[in-house]
Design a protein around this ligand. Sequence first.
Ligand code: MSP
Length: 513
Amino acid sequence: MKSIYITTPIYYVNAKPHIGHAYTTIVCDVFARLCRMLGYDVKLSTGTDEHGKKIEQSASNSGIEPQKFADDISKIFRDLLPILNITNDDFIRTTEPRHKKTVKHFWKILKEKGYIYLGEYSGWYDIRNEAYFDESELVDGKSPLGGEVQFLTEACYFFKLSAFGDRLLKFYEENTEFIYPVQRKNEIISFINRGLKDLAISRTTFNWGVPVPDDPKHVVYVWLDALTNYLTVNGYPENEDQNNDKYWQNVIHFVGKEIVRFHALYWPAFLMAANIIPPKQIVSHGWWLSEGEKMSKSLGNVQDPVKYCKLFGSDALRYFVLRELSFGSDGNFSLSGFIGRYNSILANAYGNLCSRVFSLVKKNCNGHIKRPSDTLKEEDTSFITGVDTSVQEAISLAKKYAFSRYLEKIEYATSLANQYVDFQKPWALKETNPKRMQDILFILVEQIYKITKMLYPVIPIAAEKILKHINPTYELKIEDDEKLQDSVDIGELEMLFPKIDAKDGGLDVFTDD
Ligand code: MSP
């Protein structure tokens, strides 16, 4: 069995999760469920990134100890997972002892191999905001954050990043799919071509972090700490031989576009320095915008995923975010867009198809249908071929992370099924040709089954109900030649996607457009 290790970034605990964070996690879960259906042994991890100046400051602004502050917000991220219906195998916190141990070990290895040295860091220091800036970043002699600056020099550990430019370029050349999409790769390559400087990987201006081994005045730079989570989850250092580990050999990091550089440049360089093979792929997505700006707490334009799940269910939210954003590009999140897609696709096209067909089987065939015994008509085979082709195309698109286009193919297959019902009018054949009516309904139920399997990774709750309704012994596997048993017993099914009336009282909880 092939193995795959899928990771979300670990989320900062300086604020509660919003739709942007939920999106990365949902994408990873959909991909993980699809991989399981394709026969992979999957490890899916997520977690929280809890160290660093920003968190220390947020905690002190709230008058709380950093650990307590991190505990509270990390719990909110963790509690969101069942609400979004995420099938993660691990939840890692950077404040856990297992992680701190891994970071210290990893540091020691980099040091032993000669890639860490003690040097001096100089720059214009904004005392109020405790951050360094280059001369070129200053605005009217002050820091870009408005604070008074002074030129400071402090002791600092460096990682010899400058030694990795050529190795990284060679690695990208040999692994053409490493950075996805390719446009992001060009950005990284030009960054390297401008010349790599050594990277400051310790700080002495705050304490909230993993102490540097043998020099605890310093704490480990938060990105070195955070990236190492992927090794902690994979059992390092006890599981020492990562290069022969079945998960590590096929690890895919999903990230937002703003953190590609950390994952596609710093991370492989750290790993190369430790003689550990770089990840298989860095897959990056775009941003959810609200009125043209990145959704973020500081701009006050965030959408709360929990509200959407409570009102419309996690399936509906998962479907919307995957379908609406063309993976890799930015997109706008709006309540009107959400309701539009929900009503037209889940309630009307797919939901109605299922209830229409199931209730005809119940009413006109006493809930019992059999595989047609005669040769199929031309219109039947062209419908079936249309569905099969769309399903095949959908799978290849999903494997390439084109999630919106994957759902578009499934929507197309659904529209073929609706056209087939409208055209064949099985209800009108009850008296005149009951056998043909039964054949048509069987063909429809079998196509609904295939379509539903393809929808399972995105809308798992509804899909499992429908699959079970049609075939109590269904398996969550994608078969080359998907078929139902020759005889099917089904009844009516509760309405899974009731239409949303935009004027519903419940919607006034939103302050959307
Ligand atoms: N802690 C780092 C990641 C360390 S991974 C070793 C971090 N955290 S974050 O909380 O700021 O962001 C985590 C993820 O959420 C990123 O992939 C980021 O792109 C995603 N999103 C945060 N806001 C977003 C949107 N508005 N839209 C889409 N995703 C965005 O970076």
